[in-house]
Ligand binder design. Structure first.
Ligand code: TRP
Length: 334
């Protein structure tokens, strides 16, 4: 709690081009949560260097992601939007928590196993302790809730375990965070293989809608989306392609799934796909326009970045000093 409000923390990496899945599954939810909670939304650049990055590209993508947070509707006066690397407490707390996390626990992380297989030439220690840095992100702000996708739930569970272990030794230092799993769009699937999640790292460009895709590209990708030969628009697991399109249409228009099914009863797949494409364009076009507008105002953005880093630093330092004292580091003499 900060004041009267519960605290919410989440973060995204600035690697790859963000997709419609990231927007409908995460960002759009973040906006809807920003009234109820005291929120910290980080661009987690420390996490990004666990795989090799081009420095100029990482910097530029990080700024774009931060801009996108604002363009998506997060008011930077109310939501603390900042770069993880601007608050040194993340790395400092991560070190301490490393000493309270077991190798065995980290060895069980499925994302580590996947990433290690994918980057076999660079299985660095940072990739292994990635979840500890994530725990530090969350615990540093005493977060009550953390909106995460399915793929991050194991990391959140580890965060809870480490926090409980620490509290059992030193008293109530950390708030134990809960997962917040969004109601809509939690899992937008690939347009080419609805068994897979829509991913920013998919090699097939037709599989994902990127947030910066132009209207023609969007419509074309929906026209090519994989469906089935059932010729009926129903929301059921036997028709995963159609189900995904219904989810997307529903999330973009804010209409309930049942209403969508009723709206397209008896209609053909071609007509439906076009309607889904148009609904997506009507969400992404204004987003792209706001993005362009904010990007142009360099001084405004720099101000936001500076102010929010200071705000994050203030809360982070509070927790960090407490932790440092608990573990036995000497107090600072002023
Ligand atoms: N690991 C998360 C991801 O790749 C990003 C992340 C880093 C995060 N720190 C976090 C998410 C803290 C939630 C809370 O999606």
């Amino acid at each position: 709690m900060i004041g009267e409000q519960k605290v919410l923390f989440s973060g995204m990496q600035a690697t790859g081009n963000l997709t419609l899945g990231n927007y409908l599954g995460a960002l759009q939810n973040w906006v809807s949560l920003s009234e109820e909670y005291m929120t910290f939304y980080s661009v987690v650049d420390l996490h990004s260097i666990t795989v090799r990055q081009d420095p100029a590209e990482l910097r530029s993508r990080a700024r774009k992601l931060l801009t996108l947070y604002i363009a998506a509707g997060l008011d930077p006066k109310k939501n603390c939007i900042y770069y993880q690397s601007h608050v040194s407490g993340h790395a400092e707390l991560a070190w301490i928590l490393n000493c309270f996390t077991y190798m065995g626990e980290l060895n069980r992380m499925t994302q580590f196993k996947d990433k290690a297989a994918k980057h076999a030439d660079n299985i660095n220690a940072g990739l292994f302790t990635y979840p500890v840095l994530m725990a530090a992100d969350i615990l540093l702000y005493q977060a009550d809730v953390v909106p995460v996708g399915k793929d991050q739930q194991q990391h959140l569970e580890l965060t809870r375990n480490v926090a409980q272990r620490f509290n059992a030794i030193y008293g109530d230092v950390f708030t134990i965070p809960e997962a917040y799993i969004g109601k809509t769009g939690a899992s937008i699937k690939s347009l080419q293989d609805p068994a897979k999640k829509m991913s920013k790292s998919d090699e097939n460009p037709n599989a994902s809608i990127y947030l910066m895709d132009d209207p023609d590209t969007i419509i074309r990708k929906f026209k090519r989306a994989v469906t089935d030969s059932e010729a009926q628009i129903l929301y059921r697991d036997e028709q995963p392609g159609i189900k995904n399109l219904i989810d997307i249409y529903s999330a973009c228009t804010q209409k309930g799934v049942e209403d969508v099914v009723r709206e397209f009863d008896g209609k053909g797949y071609g007509e439906f796909k076009l309607a889904v494409g148009e609904a997506v364009v009507s969400v992404l076009k204004p987003l792209q326009e706001r993005f362009a507008q904010i990007s142009r105002d360099k001084d405004y953005l720099d101000g936001i970045i500076r102010e929010n880093a200071q705000k994050a630093e203030y809360y982070a330092t509070k927790t960090l000093r407490k932790v440092q004292k608990k573990v036995g580091f000497p107090e600072r003499v002023h």
